[in-house]
Ligand binder design. Sequence first.
Ligand code: BTN
Length: 320
Amino acid sequence: MTNDILKYLREKEYISGEVLAQKLGVSRVAVWKQIQKLKNMGYRITSDQNLGYCLLSRPDLLLPQEIQRGLSTNYIGKEIFYFPKLKSTNIIAKEKALHRAEGINEGTVIIAERQSAGKGRLGRKWFSPEGGIWLSIILYPRLSPSYISRITLMTAVVVVKVIEKCTQIKTQIKWPNDILINNKKVCGILTEMSAELDIINWVVVGIGVNVNIKRQEFPKDIRERTTSLKEVLGKEISRVKLVQIFLQEFEKYYGLLKKKESFTILNEWKLRSHTLGKKIKVNIGEKIVTGEAIDISEEGALILKKKDGELIEIISGTII
Ligand code: BTN
């Protein structure tokens, strides 16, 4: 019912408890209780004996009703599971992804204000305090597992575009999926999937963006190589707006990928690459390879030119 009340509570205009009660078919006491609930959630609502209730401001919490208000997607974010705190949105998303038959649809989003055990790539921890955006999207693409790298690259392109749109800050992508501002990481992407030989069962794309986080909040061991939008801009920005634009852009680009039109995505990735043209060392698990990053293959692999001229394709690894 809080959602219905919010629909009627328009900012800077009063609506009486009686009218609200009538519209919702409940008692005035029930309306009052819901108003208290909204206030506890962070909505600032004033009440006047004669005029009724008036919404003064909305909280910048990543509440589903706030994100979905004005969200123009067809399926990404139509269902949002919200948690003030959880271990990891990817963990919950993976559990839910198994329940497609019971109504978990493509585009379902898990979002949290903070994570107590946020996961980074390669088993690392991901620092996830309040003020960031920690979300995972469940996807069921009818694509071969070889598309997984492209899904990650596409997500990186989307994040870069959204940050640019919301803040005018120029960001770069460090292969495969770190988003950097002035060489410091502002966002990480963790893509996980379950697949058969030739078909994907589900994909979970987890995105962590350091938005309204103070520099001093970052643990010392990552402070020098990490940044937040707040640190760069010198002010806080609306996380709700950022998530809305992200979901909209994500649906657009994911649509291209589902039609197997990776060309635009790869080109946009290359335009914002921090990696191409540089001499780099990549840890590929069993060994470290050195060379010049010259291109990205159609499948999203990094093409490295070794000193002896040999070209190698790296599908997964970490630049060191
Ligand atoms: C990286 O190591 O760069 C990837 C970090 C990914 C972090 C995000 S936050 C939301 C989602 N849930 C997680 O536990 N991890 C991802």
